[in-house]
Design a protein around this ligand. Structure first.
Ligand code: MN
Length: 246
């Protein structure tokens, strides 16, 4: 009799565990996995970077709830799934830029989640509560030279963001000729990837996935993109421009 009870208890416990893990099932874009971090044999090469500002500090342009979910859930999800995808492989010891540059040779999970991690880290860094205005110095000159005016550049980026069908990103990159160029990518792809039609080093990126704006702007992606200019950290973009030119 005792044996039967023990068996039933174990079976019930296993069933509960199984059920508990169902809501953390990995999706193809890796958005919802909340269990990866608790699995001890998964590598932890990558971890969620702290934001250098508060979730509410970009308001009213980007709202606190969006920032919190975007950073603590979406970005964390990409990191968990990227760690899982590279765990026990030589990619654990490669720079992320090199992984993305050879992404056609890796799994879809590496492409989606490695891209997801890289893109969000860049996005947080080029936002600031003290942002906005316009760039100066070398970057301003390069923008004027490539796009004729700062306004033309903004219009091009706005167009790239609004015309990206479905989820994706709009970018300002230093292309392979060393020139500034505006481009767009779907999903979590980016211009570092060897699968990207336009390649280069991204120095500014704007997330146009609905999760980046839908709570506050609903379907009005264009309004989010207009507001984005008020929180761009041009010092960071300029630093990335200098580094990319070297
Ligand atoms: Mn995002």
């Amino acid at each position: 009799m005792k044996k039967i009870y023990l068996f039933l208890t174990i079976t019930a416990f296993a069933g509960l565990l199984f059920t508990a893990c169902q809501d953390g099932t990995t999706t193809s874009n890796g958005e919802n996995d909340t269990h990866a971090q608790t699995v001890s044999d998964i590598s932890d090469v990558y971890s969620l970077p702290d934001l250098p500002y508060e979730y509410n500090s970009l308001e009213p342009h980007i709202d606190a709830r969006t920032m919190e979910i975007h950073h603590s859930r979406h970005h964390q999800g990409y990191i968990n799934n990227f760690n899982k995808a590279i765990s026990g492989t030589p990619l654990e010891n490669m720079d992320i830029e090199d992984i993305l540059g050879s992404v056609s040779q890796h799994s879809v999970a590496v492409r989606n989640n490695g891209g997801g991690h890289y893109n969000h880290e860049l996005y947080w860094s080029i936002l600031s509560p003290d942002g906005g205005g316009s760039p100066s110095g070398e970057l301003a000159e390069a923008i004027n030279s490539a796009f004729e005016s700062f306004q033309n550049f903004k219009d091009q980026l706005q167009t790239a963001g609004t015309t990206q069908f479905g989820s994706g990103w709009a970018w300002l990159i230093v292309n392979q000729n060393g020139d500034l160029q505006v481009t767009q990518t779907p999903n979590q792809d980016n211009p570092l990837m060897d699968v990207s039609t336009v390649r280069g080093t991204p120095i500014l990126g704007v997330d146009v996935w609905e999760h980046a704006y839908y709570l506050h702007y609903q379907n009005k992606r264009g309004d989010y993109l207009k507001a984005f200019w008020n929180v761009v950290n041009w010092d960071e973009v300029a630093a990335r421009y200098s580094a990319a030119k070297r």
